[in-house]
Write a protein that binds this ligand. Structure first.
Ligand SMILES: Nc1ncnc2c1ncn2[C@@H]1O[C@H](COP(=O)(O)OP(=O)(O)OP(=O)(O)O)[C@@H](O)[C@H]1O
Ligand SMILES: [Mg+2]
Length: 371
């Protein structure tokens, strides 16, 4: 556990980097510091490993005042990852990762073996061990940065905008990797970003800073989106927070209609009867393995001669599906909004259609969880 007790950093020129911070960072969890530029995120983070000394207040790690600890030793016991990785350009990837173990006096062989193990853990190919940082992509360099920070197995990991310099696709995959790593390693992670979506994705708890280095709100992502404490936080989390909050509710409880799902070899008249009985203007056509093929509208069905199979008709694309077991209401809503039929297709882990959900049913489900 890391505690800030009235911690502040005021520079000699009068700049208030951090005004007065009371904050408890739980062990084994990811705490995200988020806020606009200049709001004191980096300063707060660096006070933890004494790269910045607070001018007021106390910071404790597991109850121990960090002022009582040797800064160099403290720093070696805390992993630190920054934007653009900050790798040593003239050292190989393997030696970059082995840096801290070597500083701690490990034998070269052991340090390198540990580095090789970490390369695998963060998803790097062993063939890259002998390369130099400039021979890697930005995303790969960030992975090296994470591996290097983890090398001596520190209980605490500080990450300052580690994924900000890579493109959105790589960024998402790095976030996924971090979530996977954290499920395994359970480090105490303090992660700085100015991207609220990244904060919501990664954080167990989120601290929102406002200009002037003040803590505006400290909450779970769900509560932050549901109940921003004031207008600043509300505008910072974004006015679409209602929709984004749906990502915390599972799609599992949605009622899925199966009477509107037909196979390609089924005949037009069967689907027509279902459309009349079910009062639904769309049917979904699936193949023999129940993979979706596309939508057919009621109007289209009435225009077709009987006897034809659904497989022979033109179909509107089914868009993207949602996984009933693992996705959220947000994913289901997104699937419905993007579908030409206005309906979402729910599938199992193998992509087999379990049923379709209409916007009305989705609306009802959303209403009942968020009211
Ligand atoms: N050495 C310094 N002397 C004076 N002011 C400083 C110094 N270092 C930082 N500051 C100021 O402290 C404030 C907080 O800076 P900090 O780097 O913590 O912000 P940040 O939230 O990390 O911003 P960003 O999102 O841009 O990284 C800023 O106004 C900055 O200009
Ligand atoms: Mg910063």
């Amino acid at each position: 556990m890391i505690t800030f007790e009235g911690a502040a950093k005021i520079y000699p020129d009068g700049t208030v980097a951090v005004a007065h911070l009371d904050l408890t960072v739980e062990s084994g969890r990811t705490t995200v510091l988020v806020g606009p530029s200049g709001s004191g995120k980096t300063t707060s983070l660096r006070m933890i490993n004494r790269m910045v000394e607070p001018t007021h207040g106390t910071i404790r790690v597991d109850g121990h005042d960090i002022r009582a600890q040797d800064p160099a030793r403290l720093r070696r016991s805390i992993g630190y990852v920054i934007q653009q990785a900050g790798l040593f350009p003239h050292r190989t990837i393997l030696d970059n990762i082995a840096t801290v173990p070597l500083l701690l006096g490990w034998r070269r062989r052991r340090a390198r073996a540990r580095a090789a193990e970490l390369m695998e853990l963060v998803g790097l190919e062993s063939a890259q061990a002998k390369r130099y940082p400039h021979q890697l992509s930005g995303g790969q360099q960030q992975r090296v940065g994470v591996a290097r920070a983890l090398a001596a197995d520190p209980p605490i990991l500080l990450m300052d905008e580690p994924f900000s310099a890579v493109d959105p696709v790589v960024r998402t995959s790095l976030q996924d990797e971090l979530l996977r790593l954290q499920r395994e390693l359970r480090k105490t992670i303090v992660f700085v970003t100015h991207d609220i979506d990244e904060a919501v994705r990664l954080g167990d708890r989120i601290a929102v800073f406002r200009p002037g280095g003040e803590l505006a709100q400290y909450d779970t992502p769900e509560r932050l989106l549901a109940e921003p404490v004031d207008e600043f936080v509300e505008s910072f989390v974004g006015y679409d927070r209602g929709v984004r909050r749906l990502s915390f509710f599972p799609a599992r409880g949605l009622s899925l209609r199966q009477d509107m799902v037909f196979e390609a070899q089924d005949r037009v008249e069967r689907a027509r009867e279902a459309v009349v009985a079910g009062e639904d203007p769309w049917v979904l056509v699936v193949n023999e393995r129940r993979a979706p093929l596309g939508w057919v509208s009621a109007r289209q069905l009435t225009e077709q001669p009987s006897g034809l199979t659904l497989g022979s008709l033109d179909k509107a694309p089914f868009g993207h599906t949602f996984d009933v077991a693992t996705d959220s209401l947000r994913a289901a809503l997104d699937a419905a909004v993007l579908s030409p039929a206005g309906r979402a297709v729910g599938v199992d882990a193998d992509g087999r259609v379990l049923g379709v959900v209409s916007q009305e049913d989705l609306g009802g489900a959303i209403w009942s969880v968020t009211e």
